[in-house]
Design a protein around this ligand. Structure first.
Ligand SMILES: Nc1nc2c(ncn2[C@@H]2O[C@H](COP(=O)(O)OP(=O)(O)OP(=O)(O)O)[C@@H](O)[C@H]2O)c(=O)[nH]1
Ligand SMILES: [Mg+2]
Ligand SMILES: [Zn+2]
Length: 325
């Protein structure tokens, strides 16, 4: 993080840092009143970088935090109560939202991606990376977390018909917000900026090389994040960003840049699946048989909707895949 950014963040009011009534209500009178609210802007091995009204500090987490399950330890975007005298984190405030996933690898641990996020930018480029199935999994993750998803399609300058990609995304879910951009060009980011108002927190998620850090830089008007070209042979990114960080934009929003994800597995995402496929569930209620598999059963309302062109058969496929996880 640059000196300029550091200074910017430590001059913010609580409101500008994303504070609000939901958190205020958790601070009761009594001993807690001496502690000050601070927001986590970076997580290091055993410590945190925090900002609070009028300052910035790095603190070490005491051992007791590591006896807790990962979900109960502070992650990026969290609000904590800081004891300024001892520079210790005394409490983790309840989260308004939490983006998480099952980590890749054998252990399948839950990995926290960002807390207290208003909007998730699901960044995908209009090239080899574009994959509606993957976008659908990210949408489920956002719905499960209670975070509004916005699909940001980058590298629109590299394809002849970027709107075709936007249409393919809207086919997944008709009311989905989609922004088509050249992440290097501020002029194309007016729609994106609308989600980054004062006190709003946006998390950028997506594969490596799609332009997440480029977006942060263009929105910031400065090269605060390192970016790197993608590999020529397979179009894949180089995993340039290696740790999460929270940045303050000149217009007031806060963005969390994340490392590119290799794969996306979901955690306890069934609620998200339900919400994403509510229309299919509704149709299913109208099938003749209670336990209709929507294959070739007589009186199947789902197949009828497909035959009538009201339901994209691809959505039924995705629904099945997600149910069989
Ligand atoms: N033409 C074009 N190039 C872009 C666009 N967005 C990003 N790039 C380029 O794509 C490459 C990768 O961009 P990054 O911002 O590093 O990608 P990232 O998503 O942060 O990747 P990781 O940090 O590895 O997850 C860089 O060379 C960018 O200049 C775009 O909209 N158009
Ligand atoms: Mg990056
Ligand atoms: Zn059916």
């Amino acid at each position: 993080m640059s000196e300029r950014e550091r200074r910017g963040l430590s001059q913010c009011s609580l409101r500008q840092l994303g504070w609000g009534p939901f958190f205020q209500a958790q601070i009761t009178a009594g001993p807690l009143a001496e502690l000050i609210p601070a927001r986590v802007i970076a997580v290091q091995r055993s410590g945190l970088a925090l900002v609070f009204e009028g300052g910035r500090v790095d603190v070490t987490l005491s051992g007791r935090w590591f006896q807790r399950p990962p979900e109960q330890r502070p992650t990026i975007g969290d609000w904590v109560l800081l004891n300024r005298q001892r520079n210790s984190v005394e409490r983790l405030l309840e989260r308004r939202s939490l983006l998480k996933r099952v980590a890749s690898g054998k252990t399948r641990d839950v990995q926290l991606l960002a807390a207290n996020v208003d909007t998730m930018f699901l960044v995908s480029s209009c090239n080899e990376d574009f994959n509606p199935g993957r976008i659908e999994r990210y949408l489920t993750l956002a719905l499960e977390a209670g975070v509004e998803p916005v699909v940001v399609l980058t590298k629109s300058d590299q394809v002849a018909d970027p709107d075709a990609y936007a249409d393919a995304v809207r086919a997944l879910k008709p009311d989905l917000e989609v922004e088509v951009v050249d992440a290097r060009e501020l002029a194309t980011l007016a729609g994106v900026k609308a989600w980054c108002g004062e006190g709003q927190t946006v998390a950028l998620l997506g594969s490596s090389g799609v332009g997440k850090s480029t977006l942060v830089n263009t929105l910031s008007g400065a090269q605060i994040q390192l970016t790197q070209d993608i590999r020529e042979d397979d179009g894949k990114g180089r995993h340039t960003t290696t740790h999460r960080s929270l940045h303050l934009l000149p217009q007031g929003g806060l963005v969390v840049d994340n490392p590119g994800m290799r794969e996306l597995s979901l955690t306890e995402a069934d609620d998200g699946v339900q919400a994403l496929f509510a229309d299919i569930d509704d149709l299913g209620n109208r099938c003749r048989f209670r336990n209709c598999q929507h294959l070739r059963e007589p009186g199947c309302a789902v197949q009828a909707a497909i035959a009538g062109g009201e339901l994209d058969p691809r959505r039924l496929d995705s629904y099945r895949k997600l149910q069989q996880r």
